[in-house]
Design a protein around this ligand. Structure first.
Ligand SMILES: Nc1ncnc2c1ncn2[C@@H]1O[C@H](COP(=O)(O)OP(=O)(O)OP(=O)(O)O)[C@@H](O)[C@H]1O
Ligand SMILES: [Mg+2]
Length: 286
């Protein structure tokens, strides 16, 4: 059994209704139960308006549940005195890096969070240097953030969160505004942090290939969890995904089309390289 000491975030019967929402409007979230553990890599997917951003904001205590509760490392997010600690544990990365960069140089930007924690200047310098090194940003320390590429800016935003020594990264479509190179840059950075430092990741994405990188997928629909589990189960359930207006990975979609033409593939096939392997081995048998 998983030790409760490993649990970072726990949502218990969480519901949320935005203030001023029409009485007949359904809640933005309802009946959410979820545990996020050390080292988890969770993709949070769902149609527009299904509640993904709202859930991240609840985890980060930017919003408070209207029902149920959220516990971060034993602290209720309703405990106002402990809000800075909750926000340090759960750092948030948004879609547009331009909206989260505040410093006039990269190093100032990364130092912003630790400065707000009122740490000793020598500790701040040490943290900024070590995080910059880890994120491959050391050579850009004196650069103004607005002159960087999209991928670099998003890595600066992640570095700023890392300088707070978080337990979990909450990422809301962090690659949506990036070109393929920028996307890969951010994805490999995050994968490394998760694998090497055990930092939990919750990654909201509309890209099935990105969701397929996670170890668990949580699918929201109309504010409720419609499915959760291994990406090989959730992202291959085309009946469910298509009903919600979503898609599986390119490999899942193509395999389904080929199956209609009489080709056979093993179940739970998810990644393009697996599909290519299957097609190549079938071709060798012909
Ligand atoms: N500030 C707000 N005030 C009122 N309602 C809101 C507000 N923000 C979001 N909502 C509503 O809450 C629901 C969930 O929105 P949310 O932004 O969490 O969805 P999402 O899954 O992140 O969507 P998207 O994929 O478009 O980013 C939607 O019905 C949305 O219209
Ligand atoms: Mg959103």
């Amino acid at each position: 059994m998983q030790s409760s000491g490993n649990i970072i975030i726990e949502a218990r019967a969480v519901s949320f209704t935005y203030p001023g929402a029409a009485v007949e409007a359904p809640p933005a979230l309802s009946g959410i139960n979820l545990a996020v553990k050390k080292g988890d890599y969770i993709a949070l997917i769902g149609p527009n308006g299904s509640g993904k951003t709202t859930l991240l904001k609840l985890f980060n205590a930017l919003l408070q549940p209207t029902g149920g509760e959220i516990i971060v490392k034993g602290i209720s997010t309703a405990d106002e005195e402990k809000l800075p600690l909750v926000r340090r544990y759960c750092g948030m990365i948004f879609q547009n890096p331009d909206n989260q960069l505040v410093g006039t140089t990269v190093e100032e930007d990364i130092a912003f969070g630790p400065e707000n924690l009122a740490l000793e200047p020598s500790i701040i310098r040490e943290r900024v240097a070590s995080v910059s090194e880890k994120m491959g940003l050391a050579h850009l320390a004196k650069h103004p953030p607005h002159q960087l590429s999209g991928g670099e800016k998003q890595r600066v935003a992640i570095a700023g969160v890392l300088a707070m020594q978080p337990l979990c990264l909450l990422m809301d479509e962090p690659t949506a505004m990036l070109d393929p190179a920028g996307r890969n840059e951010v994805l490999s950075t995050v994968e490394n942090l998760n694998r090497e430092e055990d930092i939990a990741v919750i990654h909201v994405t509309h890209y099935p290939e990105e969701a397929a990188l996670a170890r668990k997928v949580v699918l929201l629909d109309d504010g409720c969890i419609a499915a959760e589990g291994d990406p090989r189960d959730v992202l291959t359930d085309l009946k469910l995904l298509h009903r919600l207006g979503l898609q599986g990975t390119a490999a899942v979609e193509l395999a389904a089309m080929l199956k209609n033409d009489g080709f056979e593939f093993p179940p739970r096939l998810l990644h393009s390289r697996e599909l290519v392997h299957e097609i190549c081995s079938s071709a060798q048998k012909i």
